[in-house]
Design a protein around this ligand. Structure first.
Ligand code: TXA
Ligand code: MG
Length: 328
């Protein structure tokens, strides 16, 4: 890894042209989307995509999401059928990624799609992302802007902490609003929920008029390569061990709380509350930032209170379960 790049941080206002020029030159640009900060590269430039994998330290079998400005641009890289079109029209721009067959003549580099016949496509809703996509005029691949295996960044500071010296530019648009990654739907027959995320499953099922099948549980090994390899079991990983479903706090543990109820043992402890009001949207927005903060406090473990598994709770629990997978 070549370190020592001079990573510039610029405010979002008026940044679109600078970002587009940087991408055009094969540069790596982190920018806010409504879900998490993305690390963008020119999707059609294999060298830029390779730099991106390198900067993230991401295993190269892990394909990337191509971000485009609107449905019309999405149709140039992917083939839509009746159902996928309905989803796109209902939820774009927004926190939904569709995995679709690649369109013939799709200009996105094979490296970005890890050689698959399918491509993950998303139209983000964040105005800064939208302006950059418009100024650039081509698809931008953008994984979350963190070192592979770390928690996803929800502020420009998180991005800087992970990637400074490894990327060219960070566009600072302040904290993001959703706080967990996009929901990924594989537009197969039947449609599959590949990753729960910022758009609740129930909303998608309502538009489809059918249930989404859940991907079979992965084992965390690359051999069992699932359809969404980013679902590898230890993908979301603080360094501190994470203990789920805590009803009481053990000595030396920090607490990630949810709701107004407090648990025994938490009086003297380091506590962060995802949402005192028990609001799952607020909790999702706080999740990664709070995990990072508790991780930095050097506790023996992070104990996490139960979060209801409905709406955005499904994505929150998915990320928490991954964070809790033991690591060697
Ligand atoms: O909210 C988000 O989706 C953020 C922002 C930046 O847009 N991006 C993001 O990207 O989370 P990333 O790279 O961290 O996660 C992309 C996921 C991975 O799990 C990857 O395996 C899956 O999408 N994926 C990409 N292409 C795929 C494909 N053709 N088939 C199945 N899964 C795919
Ligand atoms: Mg990621």
């Amino acid at each position: 890894m070549k370190l020592g790049l001079n990573t510039a941080v610029i405010p979002a206002a008026g940044a679109a042209d600078t970002a587009a020029r940087c991408l055009e030159g094969g540069g790596l640009v982190a920018f806010p989307t409504e879900t998490v900060y993305g690390l963008g590269a020119d999707a059609t430039n294999a060298r830029a995509v390779a730099r991106l994998y390198e900067a993230k330290g991401r295993p190269s079998f892990n394909p990337l999401i191509a971000h485009v400005g609107d449905l019309q641009a999405a149709k140039r890289i992917a083939r839509f059928d009746d159902k996928s079109l309905r989803l796109a029209e209902a939820f774009w721009p927004g926190p939904l990624t569709l995995v679709l067959p690649k369109a013939s003549g799709c200009p996105v580099s094979d490296l970005a799609t890890a050689g698959l016949e399918t491509i993950a496509v998303r139209v983000p809703a964040h105005p800064v992302a939208h302006n950059i996509l418009r100024a650039f005029g081509k698809p931008i691949v953008a994984p979350s802007a963190n070192i592979s295996g770390h928690v996803s960044p929800t502020t420009a500071e998180h991005v800087f902490g992970d990637l400074s010296g490894r990327i060219d530019l960070i566009v600072d648009g302040g904290p993001v609003s959703v706080g967990v990654e996009s929901t990924i739907v594989g537009c197969f027959e039947p449609p599959l929920l590949l990753r729960p995320g910022g758009l609740p499953r129930e909303d998608i099922e309502r538009v489809l008029g059918e249930k989404l099948a859940r991907m079979p549980e992965d084992t965390g090994s690359a051999e069992a390569l699932p359809l969404a390899p980013g679902m590898l079991a230890s993908h979301y990983a603080p360094r501190t061990p994470v203990r789920l479903n805590a009803h009481r706090l053990e000595a030396g543990e920090a607490l990630l709380a949810f709701g107004s109820r407090m648990i025994p043992g938490s009086e003297q402890a380091s506590v962060m509350n995802l949402s005192e009001a028990g609001d799952l949207v607020e909790a999702a927005a706080n999740l990664f930032g709070y995990l990072r903060e508790l991780d930095a406090r050097g506790s023996r473990a992070i104990a996490v209170m139960a979060v209801p598994n409905e709406g955005l709770g499904e994505a929150i629990n998915d990320r928490l379960q991954r964070a809790a997978v033991p690591r060697s």
